[in-house]
Design a protein around this ligand. Sequence first.
Ligand code: SAM
Ligand code: SF4
Length: 345
Amino acid sequence: MNITPISLTGGFDPAVEPPGPLDRFGRRINYLRISLTDVCNLRCVYCMPEHMTFRPRHELMSDQELLTITRIMASLGVDKIRLTGGEPTVRPNLVEIVRSIARLPGLRDLAMTTNGLLLPQLAEPLARAGLTRLNISLDTLDAAKFKRITRWGDLDTVWAGVEAAEAAGLRPLKINSVVTRGFNEDEVASLARLTLERDWEVRFIEVMPFGGEADFAQSAVVSSAETRQRIEDELGPLYEIPGYDGRDPARPYRLAGARGSIGFISTITEPFCAGCNRMRLTADGTLRLCLLRDGELDLLTPLRDGMDEATLTQHILQAIYDKPWGHGLPDGAIPQSRIMSQIGG
Ligand code: SAM
Ligand code: SF4
């Protein structure tokens, strides 16, 4: 690999600019999403096959390896971290991992995306360990549809998890809803209605194709425009909320009189590459600079082979600098190397 020396701070003056190294397009990359495991206790139809083979434990980062890489990232100016999976709550030692990451200097935000099933027992210890926010995935409020989408999930348990999260102070909550044709496109108004009473942000996500699961996603995609129209037809107009942060993939809207907000993540119909400030660390220790492009940098092998931290840091900075712009879905280039559960969303 050809390594161009880059300033460890990406050239920013911490006194006047937000932290995080720059890529070659001038985007500041301050947000790391870490997949803690590829294992999950559900099998959502758009995410993974029912009979899934997971990676052997020794191929995944140990707690120590995970913390070493995360500490390097924080030293570069990463100030926002999201834990994901697979299902992050099934990772052994989760509370200890959260506690260690939360102590990293400069970290401003430590969030998690979860299916919520284990939150009844974990929300409180996670909040005490330093977790700041939660996104809970919920595609329907109908128990039978929930079982069909997740293959065996129990909606009441997720709902108990939502309540445990609120009671633990992990709020305001974000709800992630992937909209898939034939499964829940007729549920979007019910989900949007939640924002009338609750100060949550409900985000509707266009389903994306990955590897072996691509056929399903391609036949099931529902555009954000259609989802929005369905919501407005049933609940009235959506009003744009001023002050949108261009780095957030979802521009926020509100129903008249609502406490919460509604967002649309339109990766397929309206890619948001210009504001992208994120990178992903997979559970087996590779750095992925674009969700929808297969290019990755293996960090775990060099770390295990004894590469010194300064050299590893230069590799990371080079990969960040080379972060791609634009995905290839319109040209039929579907990411093949991993499915969503192996990246983390
Ligand atoms: N298991 C956790 C959960 O479901 O929240 C975290 C991992 S999951 C891969 C992260 C997010 O990706 C979830 O909100 C999930 O609904 C979403 N997701 C999974 N497969 C997707 C796909 N093919 N297209 C769009 N979103 C997807
Ligand atoms: Fe598991 Fe999350 Fe994928 Fe559903 S979306 S199968 S809960 S990793």
